[in-house]
Design a protein around this ligand. Structure first.
Ligand code: NAG
Ligand code: NAG
Ligand code: NAG
Length: 408
């Protein structure tokens, strides 16, 4: 018996050592209809499969619990230390027969569906999270969501996986429970490929040398739908200093690029916004510069197709193995020669068979955040959010290196 249990123990040690090295990896798929990116997790004793849309700016995981059953499910009590850690709001109860999502004296959670702009008072709970073939994450904290509030999510998705900088975001809980470093990487696939969300793992050696790095900065004022006074934003901001098109910096006031004391301005990264949105005062000179540089490349302009302002005849754009060839766009970052280059595959989008548009939208003249880098600009780019050193490592388009998210 003794040797049996010690070999079991040995196995357990081996397993946990393997996890420390490899981290936890989940697949990412793109939903063609909505352009949302989602992953698949398993929850609870029945390992219910849940497709959850990936939201870099969301604070925690929620999913529809209406048909969820699990013997390991437990609500989080209001007033408990876990409720504090989750930044729970008040106490919720329920007058229907008890089930997951319907319990009394439960720590209130502000579950937010960004596609509907709906904030729903739900309750926090915990259960075991499984990912295929990998370690289980016990007592994973999440919120239920009533299935009446799923509108706007990709067909087949019933949840949202939050990756923001909170104590209960996906990477933070997984890293904490599996003893990994708090860092995660994101590689969003274009159309058909398979992307990856990975926690605790460092970049693959094949691309690690080519990654650039820039500090993640803190916006002092929360950007969440509901928050307490003095809460900083838990979204990811980077310090874009200027934008270059075809090597030339746009003439734009510096103040749009910085974040003021009210938390207005700056640049954040979003996985749920389709296209990068620019403050109108950046968008106008940006579009002008791009159109001019494209025209110098003999790319033919055609009528605009909303929401885009600049569109071109597809056949006038040269194609390469790394996508359409277009004027380079650089997001200039602090430091010597540090920039995030956006090539044709990420700057242009085909809107029909004959028309290709500059895939950036006008953020209006009074947006909270001047630049919101959207998902189209992130596709086939490797991004590593290192919260230990507060750095973002990024690859720019992997296609330029003859790589892709599915071939990493
Ligand atoms: C994103 O694009 C899809 C079509 O690909 C569209 O249905 C959806 O409304 C867009 N979302 C936003 C937030 O613009
Ligand atoms: C919650 O408490 C109320 C009042 O005591 C009770 O009627 C109700 O059945 C309880 N609900 C659950 C889900 O236990
Ligand atoms: C690109 O990568 C693929 C698969 O890894 C390989 O078959 C192909 O030869 C590569 N092309 C170039 C130009 O290196």
């Amino acid at each position: 018996m003794a040797s049996f249990s010690s070999s079991l123990f040995f196995l357990a040690v081996l397993f946990s050592a393997a996890h420390v090295q490899s981290g936890l990896v989940l697949p990412i798929r793109k939903d063609a209809k909505t352009s949302q990116f989602y992953t698949t997790i398993q929850m609870g004793s029945n390992r219910a499969k849940i497709n959850a849309v990936i939201d870099l700016g969301a604070q925690f995981l929620w999913f529809a619990c209406n048909d969820y059953t699990s013997t390991t499910y437990a609500p989080i009590a209001c007033g408990s230390s876990k409720c504090d850690m989750a930044r729970g709001m008040g106490c919720v109860g329920c007058n229907l027969p008890p089930r997951p999502g319907c319990t009394n004296d439960t720590c209130g959670s502000p579950a937010y569906n960004p596609f509907q702009d709906a904030l729903v008072a739900e309750g926090f709970a915990e259960d075991t999270l499984y990912s295929q073939k990998q370690a289980a994450v016990p007592q994973y904290l999440f919120s239920c969501m009533d299935s009446g509030f799923l509108e706007g999510l990709a067909t087949g998705a019933t949840g949202l996986l939050g990756l923001a900088r909170t104590e209960i975001s996906f990477h933070k809980q997984v890293a904490g429970k599996l003893n990994l470093l708090d860092k995660f990487s994101l590689c969003l696939p274009s159309s058909s490929g398979l992307g990856k969300l990975s926690v605790g793992q460092s970049a693959k050696s094949g691309i690690s040398k080519t990654l650039k790095s820039t500090p993640l900065i803190i916006n002092p004022v929360s950007t969440a739908p509901i928050y307490s006074e003095n809460d900083p934003s838990d979204e990811y901001f980077i310090d874009v200093k200027s934008i270059k098109v075809d090597g030339e910096a746009l003439s734009v006031k510096d103040s749009y690029f910085s974040i003021d004391k009210n938390g207005v301005g700056g640049t954040k990264i979003s996985t749920i916004q389709n296209y990068t949105a620019l403050h109108n005062s950046i968008y106008k000179p940006f579009t002008r510069a791009f159109v001019k540089a494209a025209s110098d490349m003999k790319i033919k302009r055609v009528s605009a197709v909303p929401p885009f302002r600049a569109c071109f005849s597809s056949e006038s754009i040269p194609r390469t193995s790394a996508g359409p060839s277009a004027p380079a766009i650089d997001l200039v970052l602090p430091g010597n020669d540090v920039y995030w280059r956006i090539n044709g595959a990420n700057s242009l989008v085909d809107v029909d068979q004959k028309t290709t548009c500059l895939a950036f939208v006008d953020g209006g003249s009074n947006p909270r955040t001047s630049i919101v880098i959207g998902a189209h600009q992130l596709e086939e780019n490797f991004l590593e959010f290192d919260l230990v050193s507060s750095q973002l490592k990024f690859s720019s388009s992997l296609l330029v290196q003859n790589k892709s998210c599915s071939r990493l």
